[in-house]
Design a protein around this ligand. Structure first.
Ligand code: IFM
Length: 472
């Protein structure tokens, strides 16, 4: 059956990206962030050698890109400030005048084009110097540096930017670096992993406190990437696996940032496994008293778990996977290029959860999208990538968002990942996510894909048609 879907009134339709994945190093001098450092230290693991050094060259080409945003019908654009570009001295938070001019002009150009800017303070752009000297977020001193940096950003852009985020996917870097030792410098240390998590939550609450005290008239939140987790079965052992996964990877941020407190079961488990973070009563009070105004959720794929097949070695350092094994649903629908299951119900299920367990907090889908390899194979005779699969993916997820709003979700918009193809950690330009192609063979020439035209049509009509799908 064909369904006519209308977007809710005032529902934002935009796209996301980040500084390090688009800007390139022009204008940064020798200052680097953690992603830049990783690229410099272990270039061999970046697909075909591409990385943040040039990225999409947005720093030089943002005017052109903003024109393309209009062509794609975006009403909102989310990106980040590169902390390592904006600040020259992280201890005193001295602002780089060129970076200030760049961000000012870029934000003004967005607003001039009628596009609402949303700004994130940290999308993995922790300054390299702070990573090397203080083990990054392991140190409370870095929290102090971050608060000073946040203040400079609010002072500089707070008159025009009305949507702020403290972090993007704060759990990701340390999970890859310290929990799984999968990213440079490949150090396994579960306790450091946990301290990074805690210190980022503290830094988030401190920035929320500061922002609210400045009374700039906007909103501040955080962007999380909870994996909507389904147990293999109703069996208590499978249910427990899902509960523990959720505790360690989702609620660890959702609870303190949205509700102000850590889940009691998590704290008990951290103590039992000797990975409790270092915290004070005073800090916990800051977290309790300064919760966010709204939350961004990056939702791509469902996560499925089952009870672990065997007890993990007691000699291995503690890892939450002691409590679960991953589960592959037979017959699942896949994005084979990215290796991610596709199930748009995650949007509806997250909405229901936020409504029931998190006080129906205001939220946005800040990322959702489809990374596909070798998209050139889909070019038509005019050189346009015919990515009907992406438009279909977007419509299916938007449909779930609309249904959630109809059922009372406080969901305010959908931001696609990503506006243009851009650099991903390690995969670089391998998986393409954009509405706009970046042609690396032709000097990073930009060209709308079919999905760019389709997104524009949805945005203009504020409506679309879809064959109503059925999901298991
Ligand atoms: O590229 C990343 C982004 O930085 C964070 N969310 C997932 C995207 C796609 O992998």
């Amino acid at each position: 059956m064909t369904r006519q879907v209308k977007l809710p009134e005032d529902f934002l339709l935009g796209a996301s990206s980040s500084a390090w994945q688009t800007e390139g190093w022009k204008g940064k001098g020798s200052r680097r962030n953690y992603m830049d450092l990783w690229y410099e230290e272990a270039r061999e693991c970046w697909y075909e050698g591409y990385g943040p050094a040039v990225a999409t060259d947005y720093y030089n080409r943002y005017e052109e890109d903003i024109r393309l945003m209009k062509e794609c019908g975006l009403d909102t654009y989310r990106t980040s400030i590169d902390w390592s570009r904006f600040i020259t001295n992280y201890e005193t938070a001295e602002v780089d005048p060129d970076a200030l001019a760049y961000y000012n002009q870029m934000i003004d150009s967005l607003i001039g084009a009628g596009i609402e800017p949303m700004i994130c303070l940290e999308h993995y752009e922790l300054p390299a110097e702070l990573f090397l000297e203080y083990k990054g977020w392991n140190s409370k001193y870095v929290v102090e540096c971050y608060v000073k940096y946040a203040q400079r950003a609010f002072e500089a852009f707070g008159d025009r930017v009305k949507y702020w985020f403290t972090f993007n996917e704060p759990i990701v870097p340390q999970t890859r670096i310290y929990l799984d030792a999968a990213r440079w410098p490949y150090t396994q240390d579960t306790k450091i992993w946990m301290q990074w998590n805690y210190n980022k939550i503290l830094a988030h609450a401190r920035a929320v406190e500061l922002y609210h005290s400045m009374e700039l008239g906007g909103k501040i939140g955080i962007i999380l990437n909870p994996e909507v987790t389904y147990p293999r079965s109703e069996t208590p052992a499978d249910q427990k696996a899902a509960y523990m996964y959720d505790l360690y990877f989702n609620r660890i941020y959702m609870d303190p940032c949205i509700l102000g407190t850590f889940p009691e079961d998590l704290l008990l488990d951290l103590q039992a496994n000797h990975i409790m973070f270092d915290c004070s009563e005073e800090e916990l009070a800051v977290i309790r008293n300064h919760i966010l105004d709204f939350v961004g959720m990056n939702l791509y794929f469902p996560n499925r778990v089952q009870c672990p097949a065997f007890a993990r070695s007691q000699e291995a350092p503690f890892h939450p996977s002691r409590y679960y094994d991953k589960f592959e649903l037979p017959g699942r629908r896949m994005n084979k290029d990215r290796g991610w299951e596709i199930n748009p119900c995650i949007i509806y299920d997250m909405a229901a959860r936020l409504k029931e367990e998190y006080g129906n907090v205001e939220w946005l889908i800040t990322e959702n999208g489809m990374g596909v390899m070798d998209e050139e194979r889909f070019k038509d005779q005019d050189g346009i990538i015919q990515d009907g699969y992406r438009t279909g993916f977007i419509k299916e997820h938007l449909l779930q968002a609309v249904k959630a709003v109809e059922d009372g979700a406080n969901l305010k918009g959908y931001l696609l990942w990503a506006f243009t193809d851009c650099v991903s950690p390690m995969n670089a330009f391998k998986n393409r996510y954009g509405l706009v192609e970046i042609d690396l063979k032709e000097g990073r020439k930009r060209r709308l894909k079919q999905s760019g035209y389709d997104y524009r049509e949805i945005s203009d009509k504020r409506a679309f048609e879809i064959e109503e799908p059925e999901y298991r």
